[in-house]
Design a protein around this ligand. Structure first.
Ligand code: SAM
Length: 162
């Protein structure tokens, strides 16, 4: 199998400007970020791709968590006090540290997207933007594994992944 896998390089399409300079204290998901605004700056060469995006209330931001420490395959996630398999968590430290954030899109000004819902550090490279489509993306009654039983109610990061 390994000879079927190739390494690849990805060039960011932009950068996130958020009020959060360090992981500790940053919301752990957009839903806990309140109304604080942040900006997503797209490289000008991609601006034509923003056409029709303003009609979407929410968008997915796919980011590269550039300051995440080396990954471990078993972690104690923010919302638990028990070790869990990494792939059953949303921990930022991963073999391929991709973050997936569903944020609210307020406005598009040229190549800048004004949003709320940052759980992303300032300066984080942006890999992609996709529209959030409730028909595709919302399954509110789905089982959520250990999250369904967790008694931890943390909403902002502590220092465990720094
Ligand atoms: C729990 S992760 C969730 C991210 C995304 N919503 C997801 O589910 O993939 C969010 C945390 O990642 C950390 N983080 C955000 N941007 C980062 C970056 N550029 N490098 C390292 N850690 C980052 C912050 O501690 C933030 O609270």
């Amino acid at each position: 199998m390994t000879d079927q896998l190739v390494e690849f390089h990805a060039k960011p399409i932009g950068v996130v400007h958020s009020p959060f300079r360090e992981a500790q204290g940053t919301p752990i998901q957009p839903v806990y970020a309140g109304e604080t605004q942040f900006e997503v700056e797209l490289l000008p060469e991609y601006i034509d791709g923003l056409r029709d995006l303003a009609g979407f209330e929410r968008i997915w931001l796919i980011c590269w968590f550039d300051r995440a420490p080396a990954s471990r395959l078993v972690v104690v996630p923010f919302r638990d006090s028990t070790e869990r398999g990494l792939f059953a968590t949303r921990a930022p430290s991963r073999p391929v540290p991709i973050g997936l954030s569903c944020v609210r899109l307020l406005e598009i000004r040229g190549n800048v997207l004004v949003c709320t819902g940052a759980d992303i550090l300032d300066g984080t490279p942006l890999l992609d933007i996709k529209p959030y489509v409730p028909e595709f993306d919302a399954f509110p009654k789905s089982r959520a594994g250990w999250f369904d039983h967790s008694r931890e109610s943390r909403t902002h990061a502590d220092g465990r992944f720094t």
